[in-house]
Design a binder for this molecule. Structure first.
Ligand code: FMN
Length: 370
């Protein structure tokens, strides 16, 4: 094995990272006063904490509009390539992802920006390639949200890949891009390119991942259903002669007792949910995105207020470790974690859940101590 592998390629059986720390509310749509404000100093403190504890990755969300309602959550969000560059400078071991909306960012620019992050982080960059699902965000850029967004994504990815690998400048004639004399240096530290992920649930999204991503991040409503997604993704990747690891995405409320965890969960995501925003968010997702199983919106509305429709990990440290064991046993290679307030809540998770994961064989202790 590479002496200094990318953090996503370390030997932990279940990789863990923090998701959506760059945006207000994190993944929640709640009105509680302690909701994540995403100030830079809080983000920096949590990034350092995660790095020192040996977590594997930091994944920002790419958002250009808020979700209305009372809080207009996510209107405040830091741009993700500059975000990753800044975090690279204050962390040592953790992967720093950027999340790029294909239609909003030109691939020639993105290739150079990502290479910059990869150099500044000594090979810890990663790219989440998303094709967009919110028409309002497209309008903000004067763009129309087209149907075959993933076809554009593939051209975008091909251009970036060729910039990183070809010796001579090239012309590109595609459906979406017509470019002359394309080249760019430096190449990234990671060869042939930084690790990529794609977040999708739809068949089109999975096919895109099979061609362009090292990891698919996907949702499920119940852990066992995740097995089907993993098998399907493996088959699609094999069809391309590739392997794609499948990760999932969770939100966490971890407390000393189950009652405390459940009470707080209901408090922030039911009693104090931003209902108007929740209506806007779930209607928009249902109409324009295939990101969840069809039943999810009807059966699990609370999960959308609690963590953007990701899977809930609510309970004691033992409950949460047991649930993460089930997720790993289903075949997921890792998960994102989000909290109502990352800075207040991450320390308890690190102190109490991480040792249980090591005992369960899902983690190999803090490799950054090595
Ligand atoms: C872990 C994760 C991260 C995502 N990050 C973003 C993001 O930052 N910005 C965005 O517009 N969509 C994001 N999405 C949504 C996806 O890019 C995609 O639009 C959605 O999963 C629907 O894709 P599909 O219709 O191919 O299934 C994310 C989804 C997941 C599961």
């Amino acid at each position: 094995m590479d002496a200094n592998p990318h953090p996503m390629r370390r030997p932990h059986r279940l990789k863990l990272g923090l998701f959506s720390m760059n945006a207000d509310g994190g993944l929640t749509l709640t009105r509680v006063p302690e909701r994540w404000a995403a100030t830079w100093d809080d983000i920096a403190a949590v990034a350092r904490m995660a790095d020192e504890a040996g977590l594997d990755f930091l994944l920002p969300i790419a958002r250009w509009k808020g979700f209305g309602g009372e809080m207009n959550s996510r209107e405040w969000s830091f741009e993700t390539l500059t975000f990753a560059a800044a975090l690279a400078g204050i962390t040592r071991r953790i992967a720093v992802f950027s999340t790029v909306h294909v239609p909003m960012l030109h691939p020639v620019f993105a290739a150079k920006a990502l290479a910059t992050v990869d150099h500044a982080s000594h090979g810890r960059a990663g790219l989440n390639i998303v094709c967009g699902w919110n028409p309002e965000e497209f309008e903000l850029f004067g763009l129309e949200m087209i149907k075959d967004r993933y076809a554009q994504g593939l051209e975008w990815f091909e251009i970036m890949s060729r910039i990183y690998t070809e010796d001579a400048p090239f012309d590109y004639e595609g459906r979406f891009y017509s470019l002359k004399n394309v080249s760019g240096k430096p190449r990234p530290v990671q060869q042939p390119r930084p690790v990529t992920l794609n977040a999708a649930f739809s068949p089109e999204g999975r096919d895109f991942a099979a061609k362009a991503a090292d990891y698919l991040f996907t949702t499920f409503t119940e852990v066992e259903k995740g097995r089907e997604t993993i098998a399907d993704m493996r088959a699609r990747a094999a069809g391309e002669g590739r392997e794609v690891g499948v990760y999932t995405t969770c939100h966490v409320v971890c407390r000393p007792t189950r009652a405390e965890a459940e009470d707080y969960y209901d408090h922030y995501s039911r009693a104090m949910a931003d209902e108007a925003s929740l209506d806007i968010y779930t209607a928009g997702k249902q109409k324009h995105s295939g990101s969840h199983e069809a039943d999810a919106y009807r059966l699990y509305r609370q999960r959308f207020a609690a963590g953007g429709g990701t899977y809930p990990l609510v309970g004691t440290p033992e409950d949460i470790a047991a649930e993460l064991e089930r997720i790993a046993a289903a075949g997921f290679e890792g998960t994102t974690l989000s909290f109502v307030n990352f800075r207040d809540e991450l320390p308890f998770f690190l102190e109490r859940v991480m040792p249980l994961l090591t005992d369960a064989g899902l983690r190999q202790g803090n490799l950054s101590d090595a």
